[in-house]
Write a protein that binds this ligand. Structure first.
Ligand SMILES: [Fe+2]
Ligand SMILES: [Fe+2]
Length: 158
């Protein structure tokens, strides 16, 4: 099915965002692993897998609309510390939420409900990522960074 060219452009821009996010979160997951923060490693790793699903779904949609998936990366923003990493999740996920909302509005305008449905499904997951990051920032504020980090190793109690 031939897709709207504007929609294909948006899908490719979102694909670049997702490919960037996968790489960013994988590096951050491994940095947390290296520091011995196993729970954060698992959390970042799980988010990176979500982003990989988003990239796959966008590629499937682009192909279905007879477009060509373009593979490019934006600049990676990798936090040097755990709080910076978590803050960068809130920043990049907030721009993802904006981008998906814009994409949904365009898809509705050009009457491409199939694309709108896919973008809504991804949007809900990006909101979940922000929710996770905000909860971590709240915990850091409530208990202090040292206490928060002491709970992130494998042996630490929940
Ligand atoms: Fe994503
Ligand atoms: Fe995300």
């Amino acid at each position: 099915m031939k897709g709207n060219p504007q929609i294909l452009d948006v899908l490719n821009q979102l694909l670049a965002d997702e490919l960037t996010a996968i790489n960013q979160y994988i590096v951050e997951a491994e940095m947390c692993e290296n520091w011995g923060y196993d729970k954060l490693h698992k959390a970042f790793h799980k988010i990176s897998i979500d982003e990989m699903h988003h990239a796959e779904w966008l590629i499937q949609r682009i192909l279905f609309l007879e477009g060509k998936p373009t593979i490019k990366l934006n600049e990676l923003l990798i936090g040097a510390t755990v709080p910076d990493m978590i803050k960068s999740v809130t920043t990049s996920e907030a721009s993802a939420v904006e981008a998906y909302n814009r994409g949904i509005a365009l898809a509705q305008e050009v009457k491409d409900e199939g694309t709108a449905d896919l973008l809504r499904k991804i949007l809900a997951m990006e909101e979940g990522h922000i929710d996770w990051a905000e909860a971590q920032l709240d915990q850091i504020e409530h208990m202090g960074l040292a206490n928060y980090l002491s709970m992130q190793s494998e042996g630490a109690s929940e």
